[in-house]
Write a protein that binds this ligand. Structure first.
Ligand code: FMN
Length: 248
């Protein structure tokens, strides 16, 4: 029996997925635990193709994605960010008193979150894939510049979800940005907009929890929801939200 040679990716259409667009939008969770499996190149191609289909101001596409899977530089970049993540989480765990109050109960959501975060930062250096979404700044920074890259980041996460993978956005690269740029030959004027880790989930995606639609959508009067702003059946909620001092 002859072994068929895989088609080059330039001849391979993107994969089909079983997840409808709206179902994917409502069920793409932050995934922080991964199976110890590399992401095949054909899957990375599809995910990054979806990411780069995102809109940007004047279609300038100022997004660039540094995708780090295997190899020495990838391992070094993961280890650099892992150290930063561990320090960040150790401080947050202490400052936000994750082990006090309801956090003392191992079944509480707070305690589960603390375990997930501890595992995430402890295993960060072994994530299957690390992506650095970078912005090519071609003018002075403006509050709106992120709108030309974060849609691409969300496209990436949605495509990963559709293809059976998952990931999460973090800011853990911040304290080691200079070292990362030196390691990866990223020019000084490029802005690393976030950190993304990707892999096959150990758990599952599922409906995300958010505030009721009525609290998030207003009509012509600030704070007043239109009558149609009703959550569909089965919606799941969270108490999370801006700190009480922020305008709601
Ligand atoms: C701007 C931004 C920054 C984030 N930073 C971090 C982070 O530093 N570490 C982390 O573990 N998750 C981070 N997240 C993930 C959020 O915590 C997560 O998306 C949120 O809790 C909702 O989770 P869900 O999508 O699973 O419902 C970040 C998400 C966004 C959009």
């Amino acid at each position: 029996m002859s072994q068929s040679t895989p088609q080059p990716l330039s001849q391979t259409p993107v994969a089909n997925t079983d997840v409808s667009l709206l179902e994917g939008l409502a069920s793409t969770r932050a995934i922080r635990r991964y199976l110890n499996e590399p992401i095949p190149e054909a899957v990375l191609r599809d995910i990054l193709f979806a990411a780069t289909r995102a809109p940007s101001g004047s279609n300038r596409q100022p997004f660039r994605f540094v995708v780090l899977s295997q190899g020495q530089r990838a391992a070094q970049a993961k280890a650099l960010i892992a150290d930063s993540a561990q320090q960040f989480w150790a401080e947050k765990r202490q400052n936000d008193q994750y082990d006090k109050g309801s956090g003392a109960d191992p079944d509480s959501p707070k305690s589960r979150m603390a375990r997930t975060m501890q595992h995430y930062v402890d295993e960060f250096a072994k994530v299957p894939c690390l992506v650095l979404p970078c912005l090519v700044r071609y003018r002075e920074p403006t509050p709106m510049e992120g709108a030309s890259i974060y849609p691409a980041v969300q496209n990436l996460l949605l495509a990963a979800r559709g293809l059976g993978y998952g990931g999460v956005i973090t800011g853990f690269h911040g304290p080691v940005e200079a070292e990362l740029k030196a390691l990866l030959d990223i020019p000084e004027d490029i802005f690393i907009t976030c950190t993304l880790t990707l892999g096959k989930p150990q758990g599952r995606h599922g409906p995300v929890r958010r505030r009721p639609l009525q609290e998030l959508v207003f009509g012509d009067t600030w704070g007043e929801a239109p009558a149609w702003a009703e959550d569909p059946p089965g919606t799941r909620y969270t108490k999370a939200g801006p700190p009480p001092t922020a305008r709601s």
